[in-house]
Design a protein around this ligand. Structure first.
Ligand SMILES: Cc1cc2nc3c(=O)[nH]c(=O)nc-3n(C[C@H](O)[C@H](O)[C@H](O)COP(=O)(O)OP(=O)(O)OC[C@H]3O[C@@H](n4cnc5c(N)ncnc54)[C@H](O)[C@@H]3O)c2cc1C
Length: 374
């Protein structure tokens, strides 16, 4: 391990591990500092859906990142299992979004009209009869559906582990420690300080601490109000055949994973840093799932998890230079889409660290959009 690496990364979730991967491939010496273990929070317990942004806001600042993410996942699927030795269950999967009331039908129809003009893939509208023919197990409340073929999925823990294993094989080093502060030389951050008091100096620093990014506010002296949004997921032993499509409705979803279990969720809870699965979360998810898929009423609950999404006040990712802190980069705020967007954010971040112009326009996603420097 070099005494002073080129880059220190704080956080061993998907964003930190992917950044380590891209930087190590570029020949940079990287030390990643993780206080728990790789993917021990949201990156290991997410649903693992890969869904490009298909909103109907044409100048959505996340769209370029979303398009890049789609391409990078395809590219990684070709080489990352071999580079890492980890098979992370990447697959393309058609998604079916269903509506259960007239208001949802109108919103879905609006999306459909927009997608017909803009979606770079196949998209089709299904009325009540058609959606029931597609998946006969949906309940009577389902009255329309929108099918799109650009989605995919991964097993999120294995994916993040694959990124880390490949980074490690390319020379990156992991330190199991908590970063509690920074030191400065001539006004610039020169080292991170560990709980033990040890300092690790580096030429550049990437902060990828997920929902704990808010704590780095003090270190940087900037306003970066990223906070945790809890979500829960159930894994069910479901009777009958697997679901052929990835199903979603409102904020909820269900899909059959390669482990043979039907994964479904989710909740959106503002409860601070509490990562405990709750009975209320379980019941809320089950009642919504059973409304859409009544055959799951007696499914056996095999696993119940909870984790925290990192969310900025405007819901957009935060990526780029830390204002007023030369050599410090921020990569977080991925909300519900970090497994999908993480590798693209990481590549942009790696480009910035190296001094290359990123190939993706992320100007609308800078930390400077918050209230500014304190
Ligand atoms: C229920 C649920 C379902 C989801 N489903 C999907 C999905 O289907 N598709 C999708 O794309 N996204 C999904 N997400 C979102 C995705 O999981 C997150 O956006 C993503 O994992 C965030 O990754 P991260 O690396 O930023 O943070 P994390 O995974 O939280 O990693 C941050 C790491 O930093 C470490 N850390 C923090 N502070 C310090 C410190 N001071 N010192 C050392 N280490 C530190 C933590 O221990 C942690 O390991 C889901 C999220 C939830 C909650």
């Amino acid at each position: 391990m070099p005494d002073s690496p080129d880059v220190v990364i704080v956080g061993g979730g998907v964003v930190g591990c992917a950044t380590a991967y891209f930087l190590a491939l570029e020949g940079k010496s990287v030390t990643l500092i993780e206080r728990d273990s790789v993917a021990s929070h949201a990156s290991g317990f997410a649903y693992g859906g890969l869904s490009p942004i298909v909103g109907i806001i044409e100048d959505d600042p996340v769209l370029p990142l979303s398009e890049a993410a789609d391409a990078i996942h395809k590219e990684l699927a070709e080489r990352l299992p071999g580079e890492s030795g980890v098979e992370y269950e990447y697959r393309r999967k058609t998604s079916l979004t269903v509506a259960t009331n007239p208001v949802e039908v109108d919103a879905l129809k609006e999306s459909y009209e927009w997608l017909r003009a803009h979606y770079k893939g196949g998209v089709s509208w299904h009325d009540e009869a058609s959606v029931h023919a597609l998946e006969p197990r949906v309940g009577p409340s389902v009255i329309a559906g929108l099918m799109a073929d650009r989605s995919g999925e991964v097993e999120p823990y294995k994916f993040t582990l694959a990124l880390w294993q490949a980074a490690e094989r390319a020379g990156a080093v992991m330190r199991n420690a908590e970063v509690v502060g920074v030191s400065r030389k001539a006004g610039n951050i020169s080292a991170v300080r560990l709980e033990s008091g040890e300092e690790i100096e580096a030429g550049a620093f990437v902060l990828a601490a997920g929902p704990w990014m808010g704590k780095t506010t003090e270190w940087l002296g900037i306003d970066m109000p990223i906070s945790p949004l809890k979500g829960q997921i159930l894994r069910l032993q479901a009777p009958g055949d697997p679901l052929a499509v990835s199903l979603s409705w409102g904020h909820n979803y269900a899909t059959t994973k390669p482990d043979g279990l039907l994964w479904c969720g989710t909740t959106e809870e503002r409860v601070g840093f509490d990562e405990t699965p709750s009975a209320l979360g379980r019941d809320t998810i089950m009642s919504s799932v059973v409304e859409v898929l009544p055959y799951l009423e007696d499914a056996e609950l095999v696993h119940h998890t909870a984790c925290l999404r990192p969310v900025a006040p405007d819901g957009l990712p935060v990526v780029g230079h830390a204002p007023n802190n030369d050599g410090v980069f921020i990569a977080s705020g991925t909300g519900r889409k970090g497994i999908f967007l993480g590798p693209a954010m990481a590549r942009v971040t790696a480009d910035m660290v190296i001094g290359n112009t990123p190939s993706v326009d992320v100007t609308g996603l800078s930390a400077a959009r918050f209230s500014g420097v304190r």
